[in-house]
Design a binder for this molecule. Sequence first.
Ligand SMILES: Nc1ncnc2c1ncn2[C@@H]1O[C@H](COP(=O)(O)OP(=O)(O)OP(=O)(O)O)[C@@H](O)[C@H]1O
Length: 662
Amino acid sequence: MNRRGLFEEDESYYDDDEDATNSGPTPSKPAENDSDEEDPLDAYMNGIEKSAKEAKEEVLRKEQSDKVEVDGGGRGRGDIDEEDAQESYFRYFEENRERLEAVAAGEELDDDGYLVGTKKEIAPLPTVNHKEINYVPRTMLKVDLQYDVQKRLQFSAKVKVDSNINLPSPVDAFDQLPFNEETLKLLQIQDIAFCTPVQAQGIPIILSNKDLIAISQTGSGKTLAFVLPMLEHVKAQEPLLNIDGGPIGLVVAPTRELATQLFKTALPFCEALELTIALAIGGENLYSQKCALALRPHIVVCTPGRLMEHIEKENTDMKRTTFLVFDEADVCFQMGMQEQINSIVNFCRPDRQTVMFSATFAGATEKFARRALTNPVKITVDAAKVPDNIKQRFLVLNESEKMEFFRDRLEPMAREGKVIIFVNKIEKVKQVVEFLRSITKIEIGELHGNMHQYDRTTSLQKFRDNVDVLVTTNVGSRGLDIVQVQHVVNYDAAGNVDTHIHRIGRTGRASESGTATTLLTKADNLFVKALLPSLKSDPEALRVFEEGIPSLKADIERIKSTLRKADPVLSRLTGPPPPSMPSSSRPSLPPQSAAYKNTTTTNNKYQKWGFVKASEELHQPQQYGVIYPPPPPPASGSYYPPPPPPPSGDSAPPAQKKSRWG
Ligand SMILES: Nc1ncnc2c1ncn2[C@@H]1O[C@H](COP(=O)(O)OP(=O)(O)OP(=O)(O)O)[C@@H](O)[C@H]1O
């Protein structure tokens, strides 16, 4: 049976619907309004991103129209390209009025922005008059933290802190934090000694009892940055009694898979500290969760809809909840989930400590989320930036050519490590899986919101264990931490830049290297336009866009001329492509193992976070999988190392699996 008919909380809003719930028209969002008054339009639009589908349809429509020239030379694209941010904003609003009204009315959209039904109503939680409740007082942590200005200055290049108040200084290593022996031992077992930047500054701030917004790149260790101080907070509180409501720590995540992962990360630390933890997510047995909640766990990790259901059924309450975490907070506060989250926030006692983490946080969403915080400190580490250890590649193809991309490439990729392929629609998952199964014997896994929860969990577990290829919708785009993922392929371009960043962040975990390949069509021009600013120092990408998407020529030329003015050396890099060579004189491509090889030269992950001596900073990881000199671009105007010859018989190279830490 189609799961859409059996709506269960979080997947209706998010599983595969992420694009539909994201904010605003990506390519040309209007400038953020600093005023505290929220613009009603802003509020209405908040959380809705222009979907890739709409962009494609728009371009296809215009391409087909006699009046429009796609190369930007005529009235059609040329006009749109010149549209300013505000015009684009209002145009988007007008063009999508029906859809936006439907979202506002609580109807469910699929991952491509189409209406698929009406959401099951999750009744808001009752309004609580907190003044009337005699809460067990929150105990403030009193831990010995350093307030060293020099140290903060030293870190200021790595971590931007938007607060002038007296903040504890960052630390380099976990043993400089007031964690107990058991926690430190567990970290040691996991080979974790030095803090990532978000941990270095985030943990001391949380330990100083402050609310926090932390924005840091994908794979940069945000989970431990909130889990470890949360445990300290929980330990410091009055013991939970049966009559008390629990839990003390509440972690809210937008997808079941992410919540499960957070639960698993926290579990060993809880065990070591003799704290109890429960998982309450949609799609799983309500009764067994009720039993777990009846045991009054110290910590609950949940998806919002299921938590509300438990509160409604009085299986738990939030009277003791003094530590509230939102992971992937930008999704939590976007339209579609906003109301549920508001309801939870208002239900929680106001004297709690609240922390929010994400790799991206669009301004309008953050403004909204701040209402759940009290005088928060905001720290930013390379926000919305693709980590340097992820090599991005782009190809411009016709839609009909996309499947063929995998024919000779999938197996070499899978020999390198695990591969995640993202598509925008559930039915596309099935088509791609079917095609891949027809061309390879490699086991292909699938994940999307129309699967039963049991199948979702099994599929993801198999992918973690021994399946090498997973085809998924955006349900797999946020937070999943599978270190062996070496390749991400965006079969369909994401609906917006934030989703793109989260998707490709499934590789390059914990500073491992990885490659993200995005298959584009000409119709993805608006998405690419939005991506351009982040790729201006990637001449290969610019060249691919310029050759493959003529409508972007003017935009790319503008970027190049700015670069040329700024840096004459760079101008050489962004100059015209080298003349193509006759095929006979092309340099022969290196064999597969060299072409795809992970060339990261260090396996000391502590150095990778940047806590290295000056001399070691020169020891940069080499670029991943780059062939030099680059082969001439193929006819489609794309670049990518052509597939190596398939290994045959005894000469086949041994399978290259990556160990967890390289
Ligand atoms: N200090 C550290 N040193 C080495 N590895 C670490 C450290 N902290 C976390 N890790 C590892 O880094 C990986 C990524 O961590 P995590 O999942 O918390 O990233 P994240 O920032 O939440 O990513 P995303 O934004 O994609 O959710 C995990 O495998 C984790 O064990």
